[in-house]
Design a protein around this ligand. Sequence first.
Ligand code: NDP
Ligand code: OXD
Length: 319
Amino acid sequence: MTNSSILLDMKWDNLKSAEPFITALPHLHHINWADKKQKQTDLDTVKYALVWKPEPGLLARCPNLEVIFSVGAGVDHIFRDPELPDLPIVRFVDPNLTGPMVEWVVLQVLFHIRQQRQYGAMQQKKEWRELPQPPATRFRIGIMGFGELGQASAKALLPLGFQICGWSQSPKQVDGVTSFHGAGQLDEFLGQSDILVSLLPLTEQTRGVLNASLIDRLARDGPFGAAILINAGRGGSQVEEDIAKALNDGRLHGASLDVFETEPLPQSSPLWGVENLVITPHAAAISDPDALATHVANQIRRYDSGQSLEHLVDRTRGY
Ligand code: NDP
Ligand code: OXD
């Protein structure tokens, strides 16, 4: 037993949420910030912190902190802390997170192209009628944010016959996918996207990019004559007013949003009432506590034995 601690300031409020971490990291003392009784604990022993949306200034109160772990793949919530110490940040990259995101993306794509919302409405009316059924091979999917999650989604969609493009900062080589990169190639990428899937991290560059101007540059010559927008990246990348307007006036054929400018999505949001929009509550890929504990324990084992940490965030890029 050492005197070192791990500070847990996670998204789960219940005290049981610390259990997988106690099991996976028995040599560390655990300070669970969800436990009000621990708020007075001296933070001098904290060597590691696992955080989702850390209280601003909390990490700066740990003078011996060495590594920050993100509860999720995204880290924008960590960068919100104005006193964030300049330390390595490890994000969560794991098949247990990638798999559910791939499921969500494939589900949304198929839901829209197979017109499931219309069939659902017809079922309510006991209406028996076939709708036109363009095959997957006729749809071009553009995946904006072509990293871990974007590339895994492409690999699941390709065998279904879709034509796939990816857009990222740097060029990519993925079999069967056309790669676009940088602002200079954005228009060409958008012009051949009948379905746009955004899996972008939220940074200063990606804030508000899913706006009216982008929507107007999406393909209009696809099977439905207007594009479908799917976003599970971050709500800060979307302009909800523009998306609602485009869905209502037909510039977008449909949309699926898992993330929102404000979460939970306020009751007053007009998005709730938009007919051709699927809303899920930031649940496309929820971090599994057991898998997260194993990932953190693996990285701590590497760090303590002098090996390099994996899945490090590049602080200058912000993701
Ligand atoms: P990665 O870092 O692996 O991928 C991010 C991709 O975005 C990279 O391809 C990167 O380009 C690209 N990118 C970033 N900024 C720009 C830019 N300005 N212009 C063009 N491309 C850009 O992240 P993940 O795939 O693991 O995760 C992506 C995001 O998904 C997370 O940041 C998080 O916000 C979100 N997420 C949402 C979840 C949910 O449940 N809704 C669950 C998990 C994650 P390059 O490769 O060249 O660096
Ligand atoms: C994540 C998320 O970033 O769940 O992992 O949003």
